[in-house]
Design a protein around this ligand. Structure first.
Ligand SMILES: Cc1cc2nc3c(=O)[nH]c(=O)nc-3n(C[C@H](O)[C@H](O)[C@H](O)COP(=O)(O)O)c2cc1C
Length: 237
């Protein structure tokens, strides 16, 4: 049986609207193949920040010197997984803090920088382990419906995993549609992600057409503006 590991980076844990989308996508994958999935809510883990000692690149070859937290467990689960899904709200055009702290602690996955040259489109660092069969998926939601907000995130992951080394599913306006309680509209919206999950389960990738469907915000600009206006009015009262 193949394994899907979901790392949920939303501080809202089970109440994450991004996770609603992620779960529909995973359901799609599971419906076409023999997969089992596991969710780790990063906010519930004990993850100490990286100390920048570089021991994992030097004297301790591949092993972090910080002991007694959950990072070695997460590392083992990543090594055992076939598909790794990072599910998170976009925070300041990038990863939420706790997810970034976890990522820094995974520096030992990479081989050290020794003055080598970078080849365009490739990851900056080689991996210490054989990751060639693993699939990396990023599912990120944003408040803005302008997809430019994902650019810094894309650039960061192009450097880490290489261009085309991961699938980025951008989910504009997700919190709004999950919170609105429009059941039929939400079901239709989630069907897109379930279908995409099926496609990924069958082909190991998403077509350009599917990506452009997923990029589409659920609300028109004018309806979304009204939703936001109502939201901020309620927040202030
Ligand atoms: C600290 C913080 C930073 C945010 N930064 C961005 C951002 O840069 N761009 C954007 O479109 N939305 C941003 N948002 C909105 C979140 O991405 C949005 O609320 C998210 O979809 C919620 O997902 P969740 O329910 O899974 O936590 C930010 C929200 C917070 C709290």
């Amino acid at each position: 049986m193949k394994k899907i590991l979901i790392l949920n980076g939303s501080p809202k844990c089970e109440r994450s609207s991004t996770m609603v989308v992620t779960e529909a996508f995973v359901q799609g994958i599971e419906s076409c193949s023999n997969f089992n999935s596991e969710i780790l809510h990063i906010s519930k883990l004990n993850v100490k920040p990286c100390l920048d000692c570089l021991g994992c690149w030097g004297r301790n070859e591949g092993k972090c010197l910080i002991k007694g937290d959950d990072v070695s467990m997460v590392k083992q689960k990543i090594l055992e997984a076939d598909i790794i899904i990072l599910s998170f709200p976009l925070f300041f055009f990038g990863l939420p803090g706790e997810m970034k702290i976890l990522m820094d602690r995974l520096l030992s996955f990479l081989m050290p920088y020794q003055g080598q040259r970078h080849s365009a489109g490739k990851p900056f660092h080689e991996f210490r382990y054989d990751m060639s069969e693993k699939k990396w998926i990023l599912i990120s939601s944003s408040a803005w419906d302008d997809l430019q907000v994902f650019k810094p995130l894309e650039q960061q992951f192009d450097c880490i995993l290489g261009e085309g080394g991961y699938t980025l599913i951008r989910c504009p306006q997700t919190k709004a549609i999950v919170d609105q309680g429009m059941r039929i509209r939400l079901r239709r919206y989630l069907q897109r992600y379930e279908n995409a999950g099926k496609e990924f389960g069958n082909n190991g990738r998403l077509s350009e057409t599917t990506m452009s469907i997923l990029d589409r915000p659920p609300f028109s600009r004018s309806v979304y503006s009204q939703i936001l206006e109502r939201f901020w009015l309620q927040e202030k009262n």
